[in-house]
Design a binder for this molecule. Structure first.
Ligand code: ATP
Ligand code: MG
Length: 443
């Protein structure tokens, strides 16, 4: 089978080869080509030393950030190509990259240091794929298998535990049996891995099609970096709304959420505070009063531990905090919520509430799910019509209020809030003249 290498990548391989070096595409791009999927980036491995690679591409823009580890990034028509000298690597004590690398002379030695067989295939301009570990067969069979002895590979770099789960979630491949065992047995190796590296893999994992199944099969791995998950994994919920325990409910909610980071992370963490809030009434029914606020607090901590950026963290925490809020299906309430959260967050909250409902006893929540659809339609109309739902939409502003005789200072804000309140409730229209007339009476 001949694989189509696009002209940019072909040019890079050709340039190195014309200068007398070996050069191959390797890693994710070869895996994707073999799967029939378009690669999203291009990694090249070569026998050329970094300074030799730089000399080959003297006319190009070169980024040297990975130089210490043998990587030169060359830009060709705006596209970055990471060109890495054949190498083996030392341990990853904590950092994003191995502590040191050792350049080697053979392609096979370079492929042997790679994590999974499907990622250890090289493709050059001539001949078929170079595949000493049977990666192509594993891709065909949909199997994730370590290169070499699994336990040893996870001990060298604990991040590989997360990478295995990430590929399982994204590609939907089965993880091979010995690799599975080694993942469970070596999950503690994640303790030594920098939070930023775990973060990169977790984000990719959560938006994978099989994220829910991976959560179900490997709660022990996730607990390794987020011990706060432990009580949720074993939480029982004896409550008519719930047909599952805490973890299985979480898995269903993650699966039902759109495949984007924010809703998936929110569903993973939305009930994290439930165990701490559990009480059982005289009829043996469990309740979890106040759990959204506790969940939000814990989610904030957990996202900080894994060094999520503040935008993602704050959004997820807001959604977790409000995931259980009652939103009446009335225009005035919807306008208030739109004003409070802003449209983007509000529509995400509706997705979150839908996903949460999908993880509950369906017969009991199906009316509520239908109502959520109605709320969504109404909210879309409100936004499309440009209706007022926040101070910035109000037909008057602070200047107007002052001009109408309110003394500058906190009174101005109070006056505007009162006017907004009356507009939101539908009591008065959002019209400048009417609002200006009201200023005298509204305060
Ligand atoms: P993606 O599609 O996410 O880019 P990828 O397989 O290209 O997937 P990268 O993180 O870009 O993943 O890594 C490129 C290649 O480097 C991998 O295919 C693998 O061969 C090797 N690799 C990356 N990280 C590790 C690791 N921690 N241990 C061993 N090999 C690794
Ligand atoms: Mg890649």
């Amino acid at each position: 089978m001949k694989f189509e290498i696009p002209s940019g990548a072909r040019h890079m391989l050709q340039t190195l080869s014309d200068a007398g070096y070996e050069a191959y595409l390797v890693g994710g791009c070869v895996r994707d080509l073999l799967r029939g999927v378009e690669p999203h980036d291009w990694d090249i491995c070569t026998s050329a030393r970094p300074e030799e690679t730089e000399a080959c591409f003297a006319g190009h823009r070169i980024i040297e950030t990975g130089l210490k580890h043998g990587t030169v990034t060359v830009l060709e028509e705006g596209e970055p190509y990471e060109i890495t000298t054949y190498r083996t690597e030392g341990p990853y004590s904590d950092s994003r990259r191995p502590d040191y690398v050792k350049f080697v002379s053979s392609l096979e030695a370079d492929l042997a240091r790679r994590d999974f067989t499907m990622n250890a295939i090289a493709l050059g301009l001539e001949g078929g794929p170079r595949d000493p570990f049977g990666g192509a067969d594993d891709i065909k069979a949909g199997v994730i298998r370590c290169v070499g002895e699994p336990a040893q590979r996870f001990q060298e770099d604990g991040l590989r535990v997360m990478r295995a789960l990430r590929f399982g979630a994204v590609l939907g491949y089965e993880i091979e049996e010995q690799t599975v065992r080694a993942i469970h047995e070596n999950r503690h190796m994640l303790e030594r891995v920098a939070a930023e590296r775990i973060n990169v893999e977790l984000r990719k994992l959560l938006v994978g099609e099989k994220a829910g199944d991976i959560l179900r099969q490997y709660p022990d791995v996730f607990r390794q970096f987020w011990p706060q998950l432990e009580p949720l994994v074993t939480l029982e919920q004896n409550n008519p709304w719930h047909c599952w325990g805490g973890w299985e409910h979480t898995i269903h909610a993650v699966k039902a959420a759109p495949a984007d980071l924010i809703p998936r992370l929110t569903m993973l963490l939305h009930d994290i505070g439930k165990p701490a809030c559990k009480s059982t009434d005289e009829n043996g029914i469990d309740h979890f009063y106040g759990h959204p606020a506790v969940s939000a607090k814990l989610a904030d901590q957990m996202l900080r531990t894994l060094k999520f950026d503040s935008k993602t963290r704050e959004r997820v925490v807001t959604l977790v905090e409000h995931h259980d809020a009652q939103i009446p299906c009335r225009d005035r309430s919807i306008r208030k919520w739109l004003g409070r959260l802003g449209p983007e967050t509000f529509f995400q909250l509706l997705e979150v509430k839908r996903a949460d409902g999908m993880g509950q006893a369906y017969e009991l929540v199906k009316d509520r799910l239908a109502e959520l659809e109605e709320i969504k339609t109404k909210a879309e109309e409100i936004v499309a019509q440009g209706q007022c739902f926040s101070l910035k939409d109000l037909a008057v502003n602070g200047q107007d209020v002052i001009a109408a005789g309110v003394a500058p200072g906190p009174e101005v804000g109070r006056a505007l809030s009162k006017l907004l309140e009356r507009v939101l409730s539908g009591e008065v229209p959002n019209e400048r003249k009417i609002l200006l007339d009201l200023i005298g009476t509204a305060i």
